[in-house]
Design a protein around this ligand. Structure first.
Ligand code: AMP
Ligand code: MG
Length: 411
């Protein structure tokens, strides 16, 4: 039986990024750049005004003062998007708006607040003070030069990246596409969340929790909810699910009389990589490959199911989507309330905790009872504490390693 680290390595060794595609920027948010993106153009593309004011030659204003304002002849108005016809000659200026191209001859912009214009809106402007050469001018290429590295391969594209890529003229970018993930929940006892369960029935929590986890990875969940524990039905639904890039099933993976996921997957030709991981909760995780397609058989218990998706499926989906960073941040924390497990247990234990920062310390408390059927523990958890195999207690105030699932790495 593999340890959690061995199981993760067995999975990650077998999955590779889906082939890249060029997608329009409007569809690229959150996807991994498939190659390093380098600017081929400069921003801004032309020298322009940073203020609403007047484009002038600084030398013309050297002698300006409140008592003796300098008057310049105004050649006309330049709006953003306009192109100047005439150059600024000695003693002249253009009225200019933010973003309009600086006319030839001008080297400086006087903000409109620092000028006076004839009452009649006449063709002159008065300036009461000299200006430092070049102020309020944005130079061509001062922001981004051709050749500047914008986004490294494997990083998720963020809104700011998309704006920059648009500015440098990359309307489509090579990215790894979203993974389509079939999510099957199995169990004769399951009813939809909208239904009132009859005798022996419970509502299907996993279809919502797991599909949301898949979506939170940037992947596209394809729900196949509440598949009956019946060989024929399960076989037919699994066949249909094969159109997805990856398959997750919950339930029916243990040694119960109606646990058909394992034999059916193997009948369908999936090759078993492992079944069961030396961990608590949720030992009977199975992992198969069918060609290039990873298939995860996840235990039905909702706490175990979410934990398995977090620890094993999420890194695999991130690799399929081409991200270079696969894992959550890891941090050491003080477990304030301590914990005791089963003596001599050779399995890794994952505890749901609520972590918070205090100064430069991370403090964690258990969410409450850690039984794998305690679904309410998922409401409050923002991290998982990983207790290594062989350790059966942590003293109050002892140190634990956390996987920061929800808590930001730093504030
Ligand atoms: P199984 O892995 O099928 O043996 O299920 C283990 C436990 O999890 C049982 O108590 C099931 O009723 C419960 N369970 C299985 N699937 C779900 C689900 N989709 N939503 C909520 N509970 C489930
Ligand atoms: Mg079941």
């Amino acid at each position: 039986m593999p340890t959690p680290a061995e199981a993760l390595a067995l999975i990650l060794d077998r999955v590779a990024p889906l082939p890249p595609r060029r997608l329009p920027l409007a569809e690229a948010q959150g996807l991994a750049a498939a190659e390093a993106l380098v600017s081929t153009e400069q921003v801004p593309p032309f020298t322009n005004s940073a203020m609403d004011g007047y484009a002038v030659r600084a030398v013309d204003l050297a002698a300006a003062s409140a008592e003796h304002p300098v008057r310049l002849h105004v050649l006309g108005d330049l709006a953003a998007g306009a192109t100047p016809g005439r150059a600024v000659a000695p003693g002249t200026a253009w009225r200019i708006m933010t973003g309009a191209p600086l006319p030839e001859g001008a080297d400086t912009v006087v903000p409109v607040e620092d000028t006076t214009r004839g009452e009649d809106g006449g063709d002159w402007v008065g300036v009461r003070a000299p200006l430092r050469l070049g102020v309020h001018v944005r130079h061509a290429g001062e922001d981004i030069q051709a050749g500047l590295a914008l986004v490294p391969a494997g990083r998720a594209l963020r809104p700011g990246d998309l704006g920059v890529l648009a500015a440098v003229g990359m309307p489509a970018v090579p990215v790894h596409p979203r993974v389509r993930v079939a999510v099957l929940t199995t169990g004769d006892e399951l009813v939809d969340a909208s239904e009132r369960p009859g005798p022996g029935q419970i509502r299907d929590a996993n279809i919502h929790a797991v599909c949301a986890q898949v979506a939170a990875c940037g992947a596209v969940p394809m729900p196949f909810a509440r598949v009956r524990d019946d060989r024929a039905t399960l076989t037919a639904v699994l066949r249909e699910a094969m159109q997805a890039d990856a398959i997750l099933t919950t339930g029916g993976i243990s040694v119960g009389d109606y646990d058909f996921v394992k034999p059916i997957l193997e009948e369908l030709g999936a090759r078993r990589v492992f079944w069961k991981v030396a961990q608590k909760p949720g030992g009977p995780l199975g992992f198969w490959m069918l060609g290039e397609k990873p298939i995860f058989g996840i235990p039905g218990n909702p706490v175990a199911a979410m934990l398995m998706v977090e620890e094993y499926v999420r890194p695999a989906l991130r690799r399929l989507m081409g991200f270079s960073a696969l894992h959550r941040p890891v941090a050491e924390a003080v477990l304030e309330d301590g914990w005791s497990g089963k003596p001599g247990d050779r399995r890794t234990t994952f505890l749901r905790v609520v972590a918070r920062r205090e100064g430069d310390q991370l403090l964690a408390r258990l969410t409450g009872p850690q039984g794998s059927a305690i679904l309410s523990s998922m409401l409050h958890a923002n991290a998982l504490a990983v207790i290594p195999a062989g350790m059966d207690r942590v003293e109050p105030g002892g140190s634990v390693t956390l996987h920061l699932t929800e808590l930001a790495e730093d504030h």
